[in-house]
Design a binder for this molecule. Structure first.
Ligand SMILES: Cc1cc2nc3c(=O)[nH]c(=O)nc-3n(C[C@H](O)[C@H](O)[C@H](O)COP(=O)(O)O)c2cc1C
Length: 178
């Protein structure tokens, strides 16, 4: 049975993705909806099937590498029953340090979840970022498949990006549900 509330599930190595997740959850809660937060390393992947809306967070490590707790369950993700689930992705990266691999892991997570036929919301413009290449880009590089946050180079933009993205998610989810 799907919960009506939202789960935000993140993986992290140095806690940035957790902190950003907490801010995203706070922003949702200001809109009047409860968000349950989990670290992916502490749960069974099948928990993802219990929610109607998922917000999934992942940082990129080591030149396009996948955060290890997410990477471990990559094959299981593709098998989950998520066809009635709405998913929004966010990721952390460093656009100047790793501009050829910026937030690549968001793209990896998307590719792993595509076979589930879940509905994806929350694409985010690439305008305002400087990078060469990213596996997370769609539509000829005009958008990321989810929200890209850069705590290393653009931390001053994080709060504003989160606020705008959550408002966007709220509106897109309402359209999906209609
Ligand atoms: C050794 C190292 C490798 C990294 N590799 C990438 C990368 O390939 N692409 C990217 O966008 N960011 C990369 N980053 C930046 C991290 O994703 C960023 O610092 C992020 O905020 C870490 O999130 P976490 O604290 O949740 O683990 C790297 C950082 C370090 C220190």
């Amino acid at each position: 049975m799907a919960h009506s509330s939202i789960a935000l599930i993140y993986g992290t190595d140095t806690n940035n993705t957790e902190e950003v997740g907490q801010k995203i959850a706070n922003q949702w809660e200001e809109l009047g909806e409860e968000v349950e937060i989990f670290n992916i390393k502490d749960i069974e992947p099948s928990l993802l099937e219990q929610y109607s809306t998922l917000i999934l967070g992942i940082p990129t490590w080591d030149f396009g590498g996948i955060q290890s707790d997410w990477e471990e369950i990559g094959d299981i993700l593709s098998e989950l029953s998520l066809e009635n689930t709405t998913i929004a992705l966010y990721g952390l990266g460093d656009q100047f340090g790793y501009g050829d691999y910026f937030v690549d892991a968001i793209g990896w997570l998307y590719e792993k979840l595509l076979p589930t036929n879940a509905t994806f919301i929350g694409q985010w413009p690439t305008e305002g970022y400087e990078f060469e290449a990213s596996r997370a880009c769609v539509h000829d590089k005009t958008h990321f498949i989810g929200l890209a946050i850069d705590e290393d180079q653009q931390f001053d933009l994080t709060d504003q990006r989160i606020e705008q993205w959550v408002i966007q998610l709220y509106a897109e989810r309402a359209v999906e549900a209609a």
